[in-house]
Design a protein around this ligand. Structure first.
Ligand SMILES: [Mn+2]
Length: 355
């Protein structure tokens, strides 16, 4: 069960909290807009937005008092006015998500101390509520459906860009929201590019094809990767694939509420220890996912915390050999008390596509 923001503020001695990160605004207020801010004090919740959104915001029944910041000549002035009516000595702001301009406005308009802080709402977001889990489950389902469709389009001569466009179509057609970035569809030697952009390269017989993509459902995202081969896989492709498949399965087996996240990173290495592939392994092997595609917790050698039930994370070990190619398998899982549930259900064995 995730905690209430006002409860966390009280524990941390935060009197007033100005929230400007867009996913954090959405998470706490349920309100979707690219122009909205929250001011949270002990016993009041304020949503600040502009006239274009005011009607929609007022219908939002989540306990927030809606304020049109234009009527008060700016966000900074509005916040200043609201906190001057409370007996407040300090205002916390989100350190990495406030513009210089807005910070200056707040500084100019208020006399209270402005204190930067980070990660408060992000930590809450890392433990999913049941309604969020349902949306994420649905986003994974849409991703799986699109994957099963795109396999039929992988043929000699189609370009990476065309494949990406078709994948985008299948995702939308199955019910996906728009996502903020393109799907990754790479082929041949280009599969070693970790976040490569689909190009006009045509897919050839014998190519590895790496697809990293996902859907959105009511703002909640899925993220999955599959690597397939057009035609018969070579000995080396088969070997690399087997290593990564084992690596991912070891990671899945390691996940459980209470387990140190670092140990899941260590599990990703077991399958390749001592092999020629170890040095081509990339250390970012997974991440939390929700309203943002990459959010807490992050899975790597420097992870400090432990998994909590209802974290939703991706596991994505990969081997990337420059100028030769790469293999990545990525699945999205729900952390539970006795392990994890894999939400992306697409097959994980090596698919060899025959024309
Ligand atoms: Mn990912």
């Amino acid at each position: 069960m995730s905690k209430d923001i006002q409860q966390v503020m009280e524990e941390k001695g935060i009197e007033a909290f100005f929230i400007s990160q867009i996913h954090n605004v959405r998470y706490l207020s349920g309100y979707k807009s690219d122009d909205a801010f929250l001011l949270i004090v002990k016993d009041k919740l304020y949503l600040l937005t502009d006239p274009r959104y005011i009607e929609e915001a007022s219908e939002n029944n989540t306990g927030y008092i809606t304020i049109n910041w234009r009527e008060c000549n700016g966000v900074g002035r509005t916040v200043a006015r609201l906190i001057s009516s409370e007996s407040i000595n300090s205002l916390h702001v989100e350190e990495n998500n406030i513009s210089f301009d807005l910070f200056n406005q707040l500084h100019k308009e208020t006399t209270v101390e402005i204190i930067p802080i980070e990660g408060i709402v992000e930590d809450l977001r890392s433990v999913k509520r049941l309604d969020e889990i349902e949306c994420l489950r649905k986003a994974c389902e849409i991703g799986d459906k699109a994957f099963s469709k795109i396999l039929g389009d992988i043929k000699e001569g189609i370009t990476e860009r065309q494949l990406s466009a078709k994948l985008g179509y299948y995702l939308k057609n199955e019910g996906s929201d728009a996502r903020g970035y393109e799907n990754i569809t790479l082929s041949g030697a280009r599969t070693s590019l970790l976040h490569g952009i689909p190009s006009d390269k045509e897919i050839q017989e014998g190519d590895l094809i790496l697809m990293d993509f996902g859907a959105g459902y009511q703002g909640y995202l899925s993220d999955m990767s599959r690597t397939v081969v057009l035609g018969k896989a070579s000995e080396k492709q088969r070997e690399m694939y087997a290593v990564i498949k084992k690596s991912e399965e070891d990671m899945i087996a390691s996940v459980r509420a209470g387990v140190e996240i670092k140990s899941t990173y260590m599990a990703s290495l077991m399958a390749m220890e001592g092999s020629q592939y170890e040095k081509y392994h990339y250390t970012g092997v997974g991440h939390g996912i929700g309203l943002a595609v990459h959010e807490r917790p992050f899975i790597g050698p420097r992870s400090e915390s432990s998994f909590v039930a209802n974290n939703i994370i991706t596991l994505e070990p990969g081997i990337y050999i420059p100028k030769w190619g790469g293999v990545r398998i990525e699945d999205q899982v729900l952390v539970t008390h006795d392990g994890c549930e894999v939400l992306t259900k697409s097959p994980r064995h090596l698919i060899e596509i025959s024309n």
